[in-house]
Design a protein around this ligand. Structure first.
Ligand SMILES: Cc1ncc(COP(=O)(O)O)c(C=O)c1O
Length: 404
């Protein structure tokens, strides 16, 4: 097939036409089980009636109006989102990278304000003086996005090729789980600590709860903000609405995207406490951000996620997958990691996780890889036991054919 799209994704030669629940069909009518959900995006699966209805009805009313004005659905969604998450303010953007960019800017401004006070803001804008408190700490193996700042924030050197240099300054990394470093790392130059609660792109690595709490305490003692990047973990993916709820650190800022609007492009930052009034008009903006159509979709999503039992089912489905895979005692799998429906299966080094992904796709299962050698499952949160079992049957056949 002649490719006219820039090959920046290295896409597979599969053309999908439609989906239903956790199933997808390609243009030849072949069925696939979706253990990818558009990389943790389609939380309600495909063709979800509540989501489709919300989008159709909103499209007929107004799709976009500009942030010069407010929309009734936007105001309703903000209320519903803040009530469900317990935060005080929300900012909307269009993607995960943008949500993190906004959070980085907010932390830098917070650092400036904490030294200089808001009364000097006008002169600060003019004289270009950088804040002493500006350093953003992120975790080794983290992933925060593809813009220049979020790439630099990403704690994996392979994401920093020299051909994109120069990168923005003021980013440092620490190792999650290292209790010694956090005793001294944060100083009066530290603006924020970013924690990716379960590192998705880095290999589905869970951040230890005790360490996260100690790190957040140390960062706050040094006067810094705590930010959780929940672009992948947020909106129920790990079995709680926010993964940081389970870590018990109540960050000052949470960034969200992916599942937030069930498949429409949207990102968000949630702010509370010291972070809630840092941004003022003009500090950060985007043309499309939070338009009525995405807010209507996001409102339908949050309604579904907060229904009684919805999140319990996410944990139950994740347990079913993990216990089934563990019961195979497959010699190719050296570790099973994850939480809820964000799962990683580490593959022994002599086999490539990518080869497993390719073979799964050939046999009708969509999944992906993470980190060096991990197969990652991120199915829709509404996946049924039948769909899970059907998908796992394919995964098992691929693995055991590779053993022999
Ligand atoms: C934790 C995390 N942060 C940020 C991003 C970037 O999100 P986006 O691709 O929507 O810009 C991702 C994407 O995979 C992510 O997993």
């Amino acid at each position: 097939m002649e490719k006219k799209v820039v090959n920046n994704y290295g896409s597979f030669d599969v053309v999908f036409t439609h989906g239903e629940g956790s199933l997808l069909w390609d243009k030849n009518g072949k069925k696939y089980i979706d253990f990818l959900a558009g990389i943790a995006v389609n939380c309600l699966g495909h063709n979800n009636p509540a989501l489709v209805k919300a989008i159709q009805e909103q499209a007929a009313k107004e799709i976009h109006i500009s942030n010069y004005y407010l929309s009734d659905i936007g105001l309703k969604y903000i209320d519903d989102l803040l009530q469900a998450t317990g935060y005080e303010r929300a900012y909307f953007g269009n993607s995960g990278a943008e949500a993190n960019e906004a959070a980085i800017k907010l932390c830098r401004k917070y650092g400036w304000l904490s030294e200089n006070g808001s009364k000097n803001l006008e002169s600060a804008k003019k004289n270009g003086k950088t804040a002493k408190r500006h350093v953003i700490y992120t975790l080794e193996k983290s992933f925060h996005g593809r813009t220049l700042a979020t790439l630099k924030a990403t704690g994996q050197d392979n994401f920093h090729p020299s051909y994109f240099a120069p990168y923005p300054e003021g980013f440092k990394t620490i190792r999650a789980g290292d209790f010694e470093t956090i005793k001294t790392a944060f100083e009066d130059t530290t603006a924020a600590l970013f924690i990716e609660c379960v590192q998705g792109e880095g290999g589905v690595n869970l951040v230890d709860k005790k360490w996260a709490q100690a790190a957040a305490d140390e960062a706050r003692k040094a006067g810094a903000l705590v930010v959780c990047d929940e672009v992948q973990t947020g909106m129920g993916r790990t079995g709680t609405l926010l993964a940081s709820d389970a870590l018990g650190i109540k960050p000052d800022v949470v960034t969200l995207a992916k599942a937030i609007a069930g498949g429409l492009p949207m990102g968000a930052c949630l702010f509370r406490g010291k972070a809630k009034d840092v941004f003022v008009a003009g500090d950060h903006q985007s043309t499309f951000a939070g338009n009525p159509l995405v807010c209507a979709a996001a409102d339908a999503v949050i309604k579904e996620l907060t229904k009684p039992g919805f999140l319990d089912r996410v944990s139950e489905a994740g347990d079913r997958i993990c216990s089934t895979v563990a019961s195979w005692n497959c010699p190719l799998i050296s570790d099973i990691r994850g939480k809820g429906l964000m799962l990683g299966f580490e593959i022994i080094s002599s086999v490539k996780a990518f080869d497993i992904e390719v073979e799964c796709l050939k046999r009708g299962l969509c999944c992906c890889t993470a980190g060096v050698n991990t197969v990652r499952f991120l199915p829709p949160l509404v996946i049924t036991n039948e769909e899970i079992d059907e998908g796992l049957k394919i995964f098992k056949s691929v693995l055991f054919d590779m053993v022999s």
